[in-house]
Design a protein around this ligand. Structure first.
Ligand SMILES: [Zn+2]
Length: 334
């Protein structure tokens, strides 16, 4: 366990490290860490992305954010880990391709240096980065299914005042929805157990249209920057958030296909996120790929507001397709 962070004697500027994890059959496994150290004192902000290997857009948001930061005017430091699970990214999959259980890096923190590969990666991230950070922001996006979404997740299990502090900072990202859930062994859950501010963000998706990708990229980078304004790392006033809908996990209602096929989606524009949807509204229909017949309709299970949906495309049975925040149980934040 490293008592001093990698960057303890670092001069202001840009730095790059490869955090060693282990040696696999295909070679050394390391995790990339970018650090931008400001000339002025301030907090250490840890940014993580690609915890799920097919959710790669936030790494590109990080790239733009880091490029645009000026160390001379930055207070504190930004430590960005663009690919937390390179093994799962290499196979375009959400989880690590390894033999035994605990293969979801979102659910194994703080990891174990003598555990499986997923647990080893979690341990490296926890030990080299999270323990030494003040704030942790973990960014997810839609994976191989081309999902649309715009929300932050705060940890329902964060203790006492910490939950309210996390919520206040999460809102600076300016997403349409604010979701309270509990994933205690996520990187954010771990950070919260150490008393650190932490939340996750979920916007965008891979393989979206050029217009949607560009809009999500701009929104993500601006979200990062506004979060940093809220932490006084940038000497700019915080921009007010749009009207945001808050909902707990119990108000999350999904409409997923019970069988595989081609999904014809009725909701495939980011502008539809956050829109009110009446119970029974047709969200999409499933066409069987062999008979070419419509075999299932997906409808809104409750009155609510849409918080994720899919583009049209092939989808398997049981895959997440649509989710609403149920009206009873949700509220607009001031
Ligand atoms: Zn994810």
């Amino acid at each position: 366990m490293a008592d001093k962070p990698l960057w303890h004697d670092q001069a202001p500027g840009r730095h790059f490290y490869r955090l060693p994890v282990t040696t696999t059959l295909t070679g050394d496994l390391t995790l990339p860490l970018h650090v931008v150290t400001g000339a002025k004192p301030g907090p250490t902000l840890a940014l993580t992305a690609t915890i799920h290997g097919d959710e790669t857009v936030p790494a590109m948001m990080m790239r733009q954010l880091l490029d645009e930061l000026d160390p001379a005017s930055l207070s504190g430091r930004v430590c960005a880990l663009p690919v937390c699970n390179p093994l799962s990214m290499a196979v375009f999959n959400r989880q690590t391709p390894e033999q035994h259980g605990n293969t979801d890096l979102h659910e194994v923190f703080p990891g174990n240096p003598r555990g499986n590969l997923t647990q080893m990666m979690a341990h490296t991230i926890a030990d080299a980065l999270i323990r030494h950070a003040d704030i942790v922001v973990d960014y997810h996006c839609g994976g191989s299914g081309g999902r649309l979404q715009s929300r932050v997740d705060v940890n329902a299990a964060a203790a006492g005042d910490l939950k309210a502090t996390c919520l206040a900072h999460a809102r600076h990202f300016g997403t349409i929805m604010v979701h309270e859930n509990a994933i205690p062994r996520s990187v954010v859950g771990y950070a919260n157990t150490l008393g650190k501010i932490g939340f996750s963000v979920e916007t965008a998706g891979v393989y979206l249209s050029p217009e949607d990708h560009a809009a999500y990229m701009a929104g993500g980078v601006e979200g990062y920057r506004n979060g940093m304004r809220g932490l006084e790392m940038l000497s700019e006033p915080v921009k007010p958030s749009p009207r945001q809908l808050y909902f707990p996990g119990a108000a999350r209602k999904e409409a997923n296909p019970t069988r595989g096929g081609f999904l014809e989606s009725m909701f495939h524009s980011p502008a539809e996120l956050g829109r009110p949807v009446k119970k029974g509204t047709l969200l999409g229909r499933i066409i069987d790929m062999t008979t070419l017949q419509e075999v299932e309709q997906l409808t809104a299970p409750v009155d609510g507001h849409l918080f994720f949906s899919r583009y049209s495309g092939v989808i398997d049975a049981g895959t997440k397709a649509y989710a609403l925040a149920e009206d009873s149980g949700s509220r607009w934040l001031d």
